[in-house]
Design a protein around this ligand. Sequence first.
Ligand code: MG
Length: 417
Amino acid sequence: MTQTVSALIVAAGRGRRFGGSLPKVFLDLCGEPIFVWSLRAFARVPQVSRIVLVVPEDHLSLATNISREQQLDTPWQVIAGGERRQDSVRAGLRAMAEDPPDIVAIHDGARPLVTPEIIAESISVCAEHHAAIACVPLTDTVKSFADDPDTSPERQPSSLPGSPVLSVVETLDRSKLRALQTPQPCDYPLIVAAHDAAIRLDLEVTDDASVVEAYGHPVVASVGSRDNIKVTQLEDLAQAAWLMGRRRGAATSSPIRIGHGYDLHRLAPGRPLILCGIELPHDAGLLGHSDADVALHAVADAILGAAALGDIGQYFPDTDPRYENAHSADLLAEVVAMAADAGWSIGNIDLTIIAEQPKLSPHRHDMIHSLAAILGVPPSSISVKATTNEGLGPTGRAEAIACHAVAALIPNEEPTS
Ligand code: MG
C-alpha cells in the first residue's frame, strides 16, 4: 500500500545571525529566499502530497506571498511556529492532525541544497523502518575531549589563551559515525507520540530523530549529501551559493557555447557604407541584397553557429524579395530572438573587420554601441577590432570588406532550479 507523505519544513528560527531585520531563511540565495529552495525540492517529490511550512508569526503573510509566487503543484500551507524548534514542529504536526499523513518528512528550511533524490530516499527508508534520518559519513577523525586540570597551559602551546585545556579521552571509530542532516521522516503517529512524551518529560531537543530515540524507537540512516549544508553563518551562505551555481552549471550539458561567423561583401561606388548598423562616411558602400552590413551578417552567423541553428542564408535568403534592402539590424534582432527561444543569451561578441578603406578606428565607439543596442547587451560585452589586409587580395585592394565574428552564448536564466 502506498503511504501518504506530508513535508514539514521548519523555517521558524529567528536566526538573525547575519544582522538585518529578516530571519535567516528569508535571505536571498541565488535569487530566491533560502527556504524557497526546500519548498521546490519537496514539490518535485511525487510521494509528497502536502507541504506545511512553519515560519515566524510576524512573517506569515510574507512567506505566504512568496510561496504563492512559486505556483507549486503540491498543495501547501504556511503556519506560525513557536519559540523553540520543537514548538514549531509540534505546531506543524497539529496542522496535519485533521487529515494525518502516514509519514511526515521534517526538514530544516535552512538546508536549501536538499534534492528530491535525498528526500525520496529518506522517505523510502522510513516506509520500511518507521523513522529515518539523512546523514553523511565523516571524513575527519573525531576524538572526544575532556578538561584536563593536570595539564598546564604552557605545555599545550596550541591552546588559545583563556580557553580550557582539553585532553583527548578517546578516538572514536569514524566508520560508526555520521553527521546528521534533514530530512528526518517518521511515521506520523510515532513522531506525534514522541513529541508528546518529550513535553511530558520536559526534554529539550534540537532535532526530531533525538525525540524518537528518546521515545525508545530506533532511527535508521538514509543517504544524505555533503552538499546538503545548513546555512548558519555568513560563510555558509557563500558556500551554498557556490554549490547552487555548480549544480545549475551541471544541469546544462555545456554552460557556454561558442560560434564563429564570416562574411565578405564587395564595395561599390555610390552605395551607403553600413557597418554594425550605422552609416560611415565613405565614397563607396557594400553591395548586397540587403544593406550588406558585413559585420552584422558575421555576428548573426556566429550566434546561429553557437546555438547550432544553421546560418543566415537559410533564414533570410537573398532570393527572397522580402529581404531586398532589408536592415540587417532587424535580421540580427530576429536571430537573437531565435537563439533566446532555443535557450541562449548573448555572453559576448568579438569581431574583426578587415578593411583597407575607410579607417575604422574613429568609428569604433559608435559601432560598439550600435551593436550592443541591437543585441540588447551592455557595450562591455562587445569588442570591435579592425585590420587591413596589407594590400593583398580583394580586401587589400579595397574591393571588398570582410568580417570575422565570434559569439559566446550562455544559457538563459532558468525560472526554476
Ligand atoms: Mg552577407
